[in-house]
Design a protein around this ligand. Structure first.
Ligand code: ZN
Length: 351
């Protein structure tokens, strides 16, 4: 791989991330086309369902300059005719000489793109910086393919001592404005935002994505309230007309995720509260944690996560820190569980 191809792959990952939350049930792919000299002549990312794929967009931008050039793509180009024509054929028609791919296509349906290109004499390299692409924008879609359920991001905001509310129940503005803005940007990358009925009753959140002026953005994720016992009042703000809302009576997280998967949801943001978070963690259904910690202490009040059924330190749920970011005066820690099924899950079963 040339330095230009390496830079193009990093850019392709960025392009994929830029459309995360708008492509489901399709993968958020990024593509960059280099001309024969290695200069960038086209960029593309997956359109919303029914629109052109990343490769087709990048090729359209590149035009004749793609001839003899290289296409750098985060996912193996499709070889099937779905709602749009196969990208492998588009790459051949454009006269691309080389294709660099991060993640091989894991589904039988769309697979075969690399073989088709090779058979036509194109130099194809697959598996380039694959892990970085899988950890990025393709993670949600790959979880859908491999596990048959949406990818779950659990976001929580808490004080340094892990409190999500004070002893009197007040919880507004634990974190500052920068962190709150980041939550809206995070919601925009997800297909659904989920809360439990406890949070819906206590905080009455709207769960919409708002811009920096506080206005609802045009595209909104599905709002989901897990309300097993039917406690949500008809006056709840989450039921307003600003975005679609799904009130689920599912018996547990697995059933809830299956319902969402059927609605083409591939990336879920779990926003609360402690009881629902604990249920997802106990079931091994949290893929990523975004913890917003405010430099405050309360000393009393509910914890950010409910009972995990863990009574001894050896059974603690282990997480791995992926990165730490300052959000104004608060700290964001991004983590991934180091195991998805633990001793406690076996001991208690699913709930
Ligand atoms: Zn395609």
């Amino acid at each position: 791989m040339t330095p230009q191809e390496q830079a193009a792959m990093a850019r392709a990952r960025e392009l994929g991330l830029s459309v995360l939350g708008t492509t489901s049930p399709n993968p958020a792919v990024g593509a960059v086309v280099l001309d024969a000299s290695g200069a960038v002549v086209g960029e593309g990312a997956t359109s919303p369902p029914g629109g052109p794929h990343a490769e087709v967009q990048a090729l359209a931008q590149a035009g004749d300059r793609a001839r003899g050039g290289t296409a750098v793509v985060t996912l193996e180009p499709c070889a099937h005719t779905g709602r749009t024509g196969p990208c492998a054929e588009a790459l051949l028609a454009a006269g691309v000489a080389r294709v660099v791919v991060a993640v091989p296509e894991p589904t039988g349906l769309a697979g075969g793109g690399a073989d088709r290109l090779r058979a036509a004499g194109v130099d194809v390299e697959v598996g380039v910086e694959q892990e970085a692409a899988e950890e990025g924008a393709l993670g949600a879609w790959l979880t859908g393919v491999r596990a048959g359920r949406p990818f779950v991001v659990w976001k929580a905001g808490a004080t340094l001592d892990g409190r999500v509310a004070a002893a009197d129940g007040t919880s507004r503005w634990i974190t500052g404005e920068t962190a709150r803005t980041a939550v809206h940007a995070l919601r925009a990358t997800c297909d659904a935002v989920v809360v439990g009925s406890g949070t819906a009753l206590a905080d009455d959140p709207r769960l919409t994505v708002r811009d920096t002026d506080g206005r609802d953005t045009a595209r909104q994720p599905l709002r989901v309230v897990h309300d097993r016992r039917g406690r949500l009042p008809a006056t709840a703000r989450v039921l307003d007309a600003a975005a679609p809302t799904f009130v689920s009576r599912a018996a547990g997280p697995e059933e809830l995720l299956a319902e969402l998967f059927d609605r083409d949801v591939r990336r879920v943001l779990l926003e609360g509260g402690p009881t629902l978070a604990a249920a997802f963690l106990r079931a091994g259904l949290v893929d990523e944690v975004l913890l917003h910690l405010a430099p405050k202490l309360l000393g009393a009040g509910p914890s950010l996560v409910g009972d995990l059924g863990i009574s001894t330190i050896g059974a603690a749920l282990s997480l791995e820190v992926r990165d730490v970011t300052l959000l104004g005066g608060d700290v964001q820690i991004r983590l991934r569980p180091t195991r998805h099924t633990g001793v406690e899950q076996h001991a208690h079963g699913r709930d």
